[in-house]
Design a protein around this ligand. Sequence first.
Ligand code: ATP
Length: 292
Amino acid sequence: MPKTDLLVIINPLSGTMPLAQKEALRTFIATEAARQGFQPELIMTTHAGHATDLAAQAAQTGIRRVLVMGGDGTINEVARALRKTATALGIVPMGSGNGLARHLGLPMNPKKAIQRALAGKPVLIDSGEINDLPFFCTAGLGFEAYVAHEFANQPTRGLQTYVKTAYRAFWSYKPTQYIIDDRETGPLFSLTVANAAQFGNNAWIAPLANIADGQLDLCQIKPFPARMAGLIGWRLFNKSLNTSAYWRSDRVQQATIQSSAPLLAHADGEPIVLTGHTCIVRVLPGSLLVLL
Ligand SMILES: Nc1ncnc2c1ncn2[C@@H]1O[C@H](COP(=O)(O)OP(=O)(O)OP(=O)(O)O)[C@@H](O)[C@H]1O
């Protein structure tokens, strides 16, 4: 088969890399892809949602590889259009968290990631939905959703702003009670629906999650005293949160989550607003081809 079917989608606003460097990478992809026998088309997104339209068109016209240079938000936009199609997603991580790329063990160095995606073989992974909104890494309610909403209101992005926002949020956040499939949880600090094992930045909220097991890991963190925050944070980044007495996880294919409080949520780190007090999360097993 001639290797002439490659679309490259670049979000010029993702992460903190200067635009000139992104332009240089664009040239690198074009050269490298051509060297490997592809005839790539490279497009920079011009607005939110653009990447979904481009990827949907690519899948419809039978393009078999779509490479995305961006963060988890842009990857989500592309991947949602590639679900249940024969078109595979290649990831060149360019965001501030890069949760999906890190979970999949992809290189963080853009040039290496480009080479990996061009040479990669398509492998099926699961995806999730929260009230019909797709996610590929994690979705969640509770503290992390509260932070996602606060972060969206900040004038700057990047890890530093995220950490500052999370620190401030920690002191103002009030734990929420949920009912999951008719079982009361008691107050929870956070409730994460994990397809991948981490949020991004190697924050392993669901250390045991398997992205291709046809299940989601529903991870709860109980409220904890402020003096425990350091240890819980250390376990989060040390991939050992599963050893904490404040953490538990259940594997589900689908779950109904209710709360009397407004359901603040996020999908792949982007804040979302859910109407009503009930949401349904479910897995779509083996629904996305990724180039690994
Ligand atoms: N040209 C554009 N102008 C404005 N917004 C865009 C454009 N292209 C994409 N977007 C939006 O930017 C959002 C954030 O992008 P992305 O997630 O790639 O970067 P990030 O926020 O820096 O990374 P991370 O998600 O890892 O924190 C995406 O959800 C997408 O909707």
